[in-house]
Ligand binder design. Sequence first.
Ligand code: SF4
Length: 366
Amino acid sequence: MRAEYMREQKRSHGRKVLAVLPIQYPKELLTAMNVLSMELWGPPGAPRGPGASRLQAYVCSVARNAVAFVQAGGAAEVDAFLYPHACDSIQGLATLIPDLGGEDKPALHYLNPKGGYRPSSRRFVAGELRRLAADLAELTGEPLSADRLSWALDLHREIDRLRARLLDGRARLDMTDSDLYAVLRRGEWLWPEDHLAELKLAASRLAPMGEVVQRGVGLLLSGIVPEPMSIFDELSSMGAYVAADDYAAVGRRVVRKQLLASEDPMDTLAWLMFAYPPCPTRSTSLGQRMDYLDRLATRSSAEGVIIHTVKFCEPELFDVAGIKERFGARGLPVLFLESELEAELSGQTITRLEAFVELLTQRRKS
Ligand code: SF4
């Protein structure tokens, strides 16, 4: 489905297509320059090709599966690759993929600002954005237009506003988690205007303020990417739902802050790069992150927390002890799950989820 959509985008709209590795990147810039992003989160399931064995066994499956997928020809039709610097593994892919299936494709880079806002980091990110815009102009043959960038900034703010409404109003949304996440994750590869149309449709299913549609045990889920997606149906069958989201692929990419408007849209974009929710892949402080997660749990009335992370994801592991400690002190139970980007949850994981939801259900009754 993605492949056919990508071909249609190229054919009908003359768009270039970028395979984008995780996690954060200035999507507004790509949209402004008529470039479609196809994000590569693995994909899940058994590695599609022998390329996975090119990486050490202690590298996460997001990186391993991406190499295997590309080497097996899965990204043959994209025009270039973009490597945002989420972590050392993604940086490693930027040197491996050009030799393993991505030989004839330009490799574009983008370095996220690390740590909090500082004037020097803002200057740094502004330089990164200008450099990426120049690389994209070389790819598309068209320079960046300020008007198009302003338009793209507005479009993505509208998308963020709706994504925030759906996530923050989860208890009022008459949709299953599976259906909601299918819509949210289609934003990883749809042209933004198509994604916006689907978000509007989903938002029309929000009940009025004060009404509650979801009656199950509300959970806060935190991790890199919600795979396998069958986790949502499993939780639902156990009587639970996702009340709050802190996945790096989903909630951590929704900007809720008001944009600092500047006459130069490139300035606005540079500011935006500091407005995302805290994420260890951008080296935000644990204190900031915990305050954010605390607010998320309180606002959603989450009754428990599931840390659902990818095995060997170093940045994510940095914060696990802190999350357990903070929520433990609050009396909020925490379950720690590691996944290998399997196609389905293992029986052992399902048993652990059942026991956790059962514990929360009993707490509710007592
Ligand atoms: S799962 Fe973690 S280690 Fe792997 S690519 Fe993503 S951020 Fe990097």
